[in-house]
Design a protein around this ligand. Structure first.
Ligand code: HPA
Length: 285
């Protein structure tokens, strides 16, 4: 019996159930989802025709506990385009398993979503970045110590050995560069190195990560990217450099600063996302 004929895994059935529940709350059928990271969730407050679903109400959905994360899924429209927006994600450092962290992405796949914009707050490892800079992620280094695709593979989600050569969609990155230029927003490109957290890094770690090719460091995004690519969802990742990474400036890093910087660049972030949504949807429909 081939894998396709075997019964769906429990995880697949859970994702299917959650997707059905979400779609039963609205007539909208979004092709794009946004995951809004620390301090960036406000974008979904401006959706039209908005239906807000707390994570706690969605079958099998993990609940977000991080400060600065509202913990709800908002379905609505942006300039007439249907979108799903996650106000807050869950992280490994909260104690969630990698499978729980990627569950929302698998639900997106079952909802028919074809593209996802993942946003996050990150530390700037590249000393050429300024605090508050927006950076399109071009690739990543996974040092989280876990992989969300470990374990039996359900081919209904995707292949056993997914290719991640172009994990961060080159076409989406070209759109991002073009729209940023049009809007007069500086958008660099960089490599994101992911750790589990929850502590910020030591200066020695940051120096080591720079030699490994990292431009950004953070505690999220990579599991979701791997899950999205596994199930064929195209990805754009954008980081906000909320602080320079440890040891670059002679000052400690704190979460309040991270949230405040996210808040400060909210206008730019919002305009960029708004410009990108119709372009991306046009390409994946
Ligand atoms: N390190 C890790 N994660 C982060 C940082 C950082 O400096 N800033 C925001 N998220």
């Amino acid at each position: 019996m081939s894998a396709k004929q075997s019964p769906p895994s429990a995880e697949f059935r859970r994702a299917e159930r959650a997707a059905k529940f979400i779609l039963s709350k609205t007539k909208l059928r979004p092709k794009i989802a946004l995951v809004l990271g620390s301090g960036l969730g406000a974008f979904a407050d401006d959706f039209q025709r908005a239906v807000k679903i707390p994570y706690a109400k969605i079958p099998h959905f993990p609940r977000s506990t991080a400060i600065g994360h509202a913990g709800q899924l908002v379905l609505g429209t942006v300039d007439g385009v249907a979108v799903a927006g996650m106000q807050g994600r869950v992280h490994l450092y909260e104690g969630y398993s990698p499978q729980e962290v990627i569950f929302p992405v698998r639900v997106f796949a079952r909802m028919g979503i074809r593209a996802v914009i993942l946003t996050n707050a990150a530390g700037g490892v590249n000393t050429g970045y300024a605090q508050g800079a927006l950076v399109a992620i071009k690739d990543h280094v996974n040092l989280q110590g876990v992989n969300p695709l470990l374990g039996p593979n359900d081919e209904r989600f995707g292949p056993r050995f997914p290719d991640v050569t172009h994990a961060y969609d080159p076409e989406f990155r070209r759109f991002a560069a073009a729209e940023a230029q049009r809007l007069n927003i500086t958008l660099d490109e960089g490599v994101y190195l992911a750790l589990s957290g929850p502590n910020y890094e030591t200066p020695a770690e940051i120096r080591a990560f720079r030699t490994l090719g990292a431009d950004l460091v953070g505690m999220s995004t990579v599991p979701e990217v791997l899950a999205a690519r596994h199930c064929g969802i195209r990805v754009l990742g954008i980081s906000c450099v909320t602080n320079m990474a440890a040891g670059i400036l002679d000052q400690p890093i704190n979460h309040i600063e991270v949230l405040e910087t996210g808040e400060r660049v909210r206008g730019q972030f919002t305009s960029l996302l708004r410009a990108l949504i119709p372009k991306i949807v046009e390409t994946v429909k």
